[in-house]
Ligand binder design. Structure first.
Ligand code: IMP
Length: 428
C-alpha cells in the first residue's frame, strides 16, 4: 500500500497526529500537504507528549519528512520545532517544497485584524496568519520558499508585498503598524540559509519514492468541515483538507493514492465559531471536554464538544473516497449511558442527510439521534489494547459496528488512549 492519505472527517482534532505516528512505523516517508502552523498534531510515546505544528508526525520514527507545496511555512514555528525535536534527540530528515509559501509576522497581524472586522462571520481562527498567506498566494504576490534563497528576487518581491500590506493595515484597518522591510529581508534570508539544504522539489522526491515502492503517508491537517471549498464556509480554514488536497498539495496524480484513511473521533469537537448541530452545552459536553482533554493544541482554547455526528463523516467519506475509518478516543465515552449518534438532520420537517452549502439551512438542521447502550467507567484500556478487538466491552463493539453500518466504510483501527500502544488493529 504505498500511497496512504490520512484525512480528518470532522472539524479537525480527530487525533490524526497519533494515527500518523502509529502508521509511520511501517512507512518510509511522511508528507504534509495542507495548512500550516494552525495544525496541532499530538503524539504521546511512553508518557511523553509531543505537539507538532509543522513537522510531519513521522518525526519520532526518524522517517523521511516532507513539507509539500500546499503547506504554508512559518519560519519562526519551524525553527522552534526543529530545535525542540533536536533537544529530544531526534534529527529530522526534512525536505521542504521550494513552492511552499512563507508566513510572515504581518500575516499574523492581518489575521487578527480581519477577524475583528468580520464580526459574526469570523471563524475564530488560530491567528497564525493562515488566511492572509493563502490569500496572498491566490492573489499571486505571495513569497515562496524558493524566493528565500535569492536575495535579489526576495528584495523585489518583499518590496511589493510589505508595501501593500503596510497600506492595507494603515488605510483599511487604521492600524499604525510599522513594518521594517530591511529587518524582514534580513530575517528571511537568514531563515533561507538555515533551510537551504532541505529545500527541494517535493513532487519529484515523492513520485520517485512511490516509483521505488516506498510507502508514503500523506498527512492531512484540520478536517473536512474546515475545507476551503467543501467545509462550512466561511467558518473553515483556507486550504484543501480533503484527500484531493494531497494531490495538489504535494504534486502527485490521483492514481498514486492507494488508500484513504478517514480519522473519526468517537464524538464531536470543534474549536472556533459556526454551527455545530450536535454540540452539548450540558454536563455530558463538559465531561467530554474534561475527560478528552479537549483544549486546542495550538491556541489552548476549550473545544466545543457533542455527540458523534455521522453526517459530516459520511460527507467526508464521499468527498475523499475514504477506504477505511479509524475511530479515535473511544475510551473517552466510558461511563456515559446512553450514548447518542446523530444519523441525519431534520430541517422544516424534511430529512437532510448531507452537509448543505447554505449556512442558513445548516443552522436550522436539527440532529436526529439513535440511542445506544453505554459501557462502564472502569475499563482498563491498556489491557483492552493488548487484548485487541475481543477485549472491547460488548457495547463498544456495537457502537463501532453502528458507525461502520451508517457510514458504509470498514473500521481498520481503533484508538483507546493517547499513547501509541493504546491502538487496536482490526484489519489491514
Ligand atoms: P485558521 O486555519 O487559523 O485560519 O482558522 C480557521 C478555522 O479553522 C478556525 O475555526 C480554527 O479554529 C479552525 N482550525 C484551524 N486549524 C485547526 C486544527 O488544526 N484543528 C481544529 N480546528 C482548526
Amino acid at each position: 500500500m504505498p500511497g496512504i492519505v490520512i484525512v480528518g472527517t470532522q472539524w479537525g482534532d480527530e487525533a490524526k497526529g497519533k494515527i500518523t505516528d502509529f502508521l509511520a512505523e511501517k512507512a518510509d516517508c511522511v508528507v504534509r500537504y495542507n495548512g500550516g502552523a494552525n495544525a496541532g498534531h499530538t503524539v504521546v510515546v511512553d508518557g511523553k507528549k509531543y505537539a507538532f505544528h509543522l513537522l510531519p508526525s513521522g518525526v519520532l520514527h526518524s522517517k523521511k519528512l516532507y513539507i509539500g507545496n500546499g503547506v504554508v511555512v512559518d519560519p519562526e514555528v519551524l525553527t522552534q520545532e526543529v530545535e525542540m525535536v533536536r533537544r529530544e534527540g531526534f534529527e529530522p530528515d526534512l525536505h521542504i517544497s521550494d513552492r511552499a509559501h512563507v508566513v510572515f509576522g504581518f500575516h499574523r497581524i492581518l489575521d487578527g485584524l480581519q477577524e475583528k472586522l468580520k464580526g459574526d462571520l469570523r471563524a475564530g481562527t488560530t491567528k497564525m496568519g493562515i488566511g492572509p498567506v493563502y490569500s496572498d498566494k491566490a492573489a499571486r504576490y505571495g513569497i515562496r520558499v524558493v524566493d528565500l534563497l535569492d536575495e535579489d528576487v526576495l528584495r523585489w518581491k518583499l518590496d511589493l508585498l510589505v508595501n501593500l500590506q503596510q497600506k492595507v493595515m494603515s488605510q483599511v484597518y487604521n492600524e499604525n503598524v510599522s513594518l521594517d522591510r530591511n529587518e524582514i529581508l534580513k530575517e528571511s534570508l537568514d531563515f533561507g540559509r538555515t533551510i537551504s539544504d532541505w529545500v527541494c522539489d517535493v513532487s519529484i522526491e515523492i513520485n520517485n519514492a512511490l516509483d521505488n515502492g516506498e510507502t508514503v503517508i500523506f498527512e492531512g491537517a484540520q478536517g473536512t468541515m474546515l475545507d476551503l471549498d467543501h467545509g462550512l464556509y466561511p467558518y473553515g480554514s483556507s486550504s484543501s483538507t480533503i484527500a484531493g488536497g494531497a494531490c495538489t498539495g504535494v504534486g502527485v496524480g490521483p492514481n498514486r493514492i492507494d488508500k484513504v484513511i478517514g480519522v473519526t473521533k468517537a464524538y464531536t469537537s470543534r474549536v472556533g465559531t459556526g454551527p455545530v448541530p450536535t454540540e452539548l452545552q450540558d454536563e455530558v459536553g463538559e465531561r467530554l471536554r474534561r475527560v478528552g482533554h479537549e483544549y486546542g493544541t495550538t491556541t489552548g482554547r476549550p473545544r466545543r464538544c457533542g455527540w458523534l455526528d455521522l453526517v459530516p463523516v459520511r460527507y467526508s467519506a464521499r468527498l475523499s473516497g475514504i477506504t477505511e475509518l479509524v475511530v479515535t478516543k473511544l475510551d473517552v465515552l466510558s461511563g456515559i449511558d446512553p450514548l447518542k449518534i446523530c444519523t441525519h438532520y431534520k430541517c422544516s420537517g424534511k430529512i437532510v442527510d448531507h452537509v448543505p452549502a447554505s449556512l442558513k439551512l445548516f443552522q436550522m438542521c436539527k440532529p436526529v439521534y439513535e440511542e445506544l447502550e453505554g459501557w462502564q467507567d472502569s475499563v482498563d484500556w491498556h489491557k483492552v489494547a493488548l487484548e485487541g478487538y475481543d477485549g472491547l466491552p460488548e457495547q463498544a463493539k456495537t457502537y463501532l459496528a453502528r458507525i461502520e453500518e451508517l457510514v458504509k466504510v470498514p473500521i481498520g483501527l481503533v484508538s483507546v488512549g493517547p499513547e501509541r500502544r493504546d491502538t487496536i488493529v482490526i484489519s489491514g
